[in-house]
Design a protein around this ligand. Structure first.
Ligand code: NAD
Ligand code: USQ
Length: 395
């Protein structure tokens, strides 16, 4: 297949592009390198020494014999270039990772809130419009988030894959109707993903686009069988207070002897998936396109954990101390999470679960590159509302 990977220089996009290329697909990456620009803006860098995109692609050709194309293009700004690329490349599938993806970054300032909405909503809408305008009948696979459901459904039935059947009262009795699961975003970033969902519903119904929305949990881990083939192919590892996600942050913190930064009581339960499973899930989704009537939704998660339990596990493994810090986010202090993920399991996903071996692999990566950590970037500074206390106030 000819596959465009939008956002293919990022943490999930880079290993996915390599995985699909390794499977023999003709892959081309689209990216405006905005994630690298945000690192410069924040004066922080990936813990792992990621190489420039041109070098990454040259090395991949050296080690695999495969070529991956690259188009430097801003999906939110460069509509005409995007439309021309769709016509020229003629993709069979498009994988869309290209959005601003950090919840804390999206809440840090009015500028960051506006950028996140403008970038994400316009990127997705430009893509959908360009597909229709150019007659591109590719299967679209979008990386969405578990956070569209929110974390306020404690005690309810398991969260279904995208849709709920509800009873609608009518004068002739109750009618069963399928609706998108109610959205309950917890940040401006998560809000953009709920807006994406509505755009997908509209464009599937109006223009017969085939769209799969993957409601992915928090990705952890770093390497895949492809990125490990040469150090110059290494994947990004975000550890800072805005972009670092919880489990990778704990592993990095343990490696440098920093207390594990639990927000609040750590009673927040979240869904997780290893980066190796992310790339497999995307391949499965590409191979099983949606129909034309409505977007199909897969919950892309393999397990759920409480934040405090993760901290305890990492602490037991490494001897790290655990610090319970003021929570800079407006989120439930405790929540249950019961999620269905039957669709990927039925299509053959064999989940990589959080086991000590894998944690050790990550701790080793964190240990190897510990000298690259900027200690001033570890604590979270972005708060959900003005006046909230941040853990950074404590140092
Ligand atoms: P990332 O920031 O590492 O990668 C996103 C890539 O998209 C970057 O390379 C960036 O430069 C590019 N990009 C952003 N806006 C663009 C634009 N307007 N035009 C062109 N390129 C643009 O993020 P990631 O962790 O790889 O996440 C990828 C996707 O997966 C996101 O949509 C995110 O919401 C989703 N997701 C990520 C996680 C996670 O834990 N990392 C979990 C669930 C869902
Ligand atoms: N947390 C801590 N300590 C930390 C960092 C985070 O306790 O040092 C807590 C947060 O308060 C939150 C939970 O851990 O309760 C998860 O935070 P996170 O930063 O790991 O994840 P989140 O902000 O939800 O965002 C990440 C990705 C995002 C993706 C989302 C999937 O950045 O792109 O959409 O995970 S999900 O969480 O399922 O919505």
């Amino acid at each position: 297949m000819r596959i465009l990977v939008l956002g293919g220089d990022g943490f999930c996009g880079w290993p996915t592009a390599l995985h699909l290329s390794d499977r023999g697909h003709d892959v081309s990456i689209v990216d405006n390198l905005s994630r690298r620009a945000i690192d410069l803006e924040m004066e922080v860098d990936s813990l792992t020494p990621i190489r420039p995109i041109g070098e990454r692609l040259r090395v991949w050709h050296e080690v695999s014999g495969q070529r991956i194309g690259f188009h430097m293009l801003d999906l939110a700004e460069d509509y005409d270039l995007l439309a021309a690329l769709l016509k020229d490349f003629g993709p069979d599938a498009i994988v869309h990772f290209a959005e601003q993806r950090a919840a804390p970054y999206s809440m840090r300032s009015p500028k960051a809130k506006r950028y996140t909405i403008d970038n994400n909503v316009r990127a997705t809408h430009n893509l959908l419009t360009a597909m229709v305008a150019t007659g591109t009948d590719a299967a679209l696979v979008h990386l969405g988030t578990m956070g569209v459901y929110g974390y306020g459904w404690s005690g309810s039935a398991p969260i279904p894959e995208g849709y709920l059947t509800v009873k609608v009262p009518t004068p002739d009795g109750d009618l069963a109707r399928e609706i998108l699961h109610p959205a309950n975003p917890g940040s401006v970033y998560h809000l953009t993903k709920t807006l994406d969902q509505l755009m997908f519903s509209f464009y599937a119904r109006n223009d017969d686009l085939r769209i799969t929305d993957l409601h992915q949990g928090i990705v952890w881990g770093t390497q895949t069988p492809q990125t490990i083939r040469d150090e110059r192919l290494i994947n990004r590892f975000d550890y800072d207070g805005d972009y670092g996600t919880v489990l990778n942050r704990f592993l990095m913190q343990a490696a440098i002897g920093h207390p594990l930064t639990v927000h609040g009581t750590g009673g927040q339960t979240r869904a997780f998936i290893h980066i190796r499973d992310t790339v497999r899930c995307v391949e499965i989704a590409v191979n099983n396109p949606a129909g034309r009537d409505k977007p199909q939704v897969f919950n892309q998660i393999t397990e759920t954990h409480r934040v405090a339990d993760l901290a305890e596990l990492v602490s037991k493994l490494t001897g790290a101390d655990v610090a319970f810090l003021p929570n800079p986010r407006k989120e439930a202090a405790e929540n249950e999470l019961n999620v269905r993920n039957d669709r990927f399991l039925a299509l053959g996903l064999e989940p990589t679960t959080l086991s000590e071996g894998l944690l050790e692999e990550c701790t080793e990566i964190a240990g190897k590159y510990a000298h690259r950590v900027d200690l001033t970037k570890i604590l979270c500074r972005s708060v959900w509302r003005a006046g909230m206390e941040t853990s950074a106030d404590l140092i």
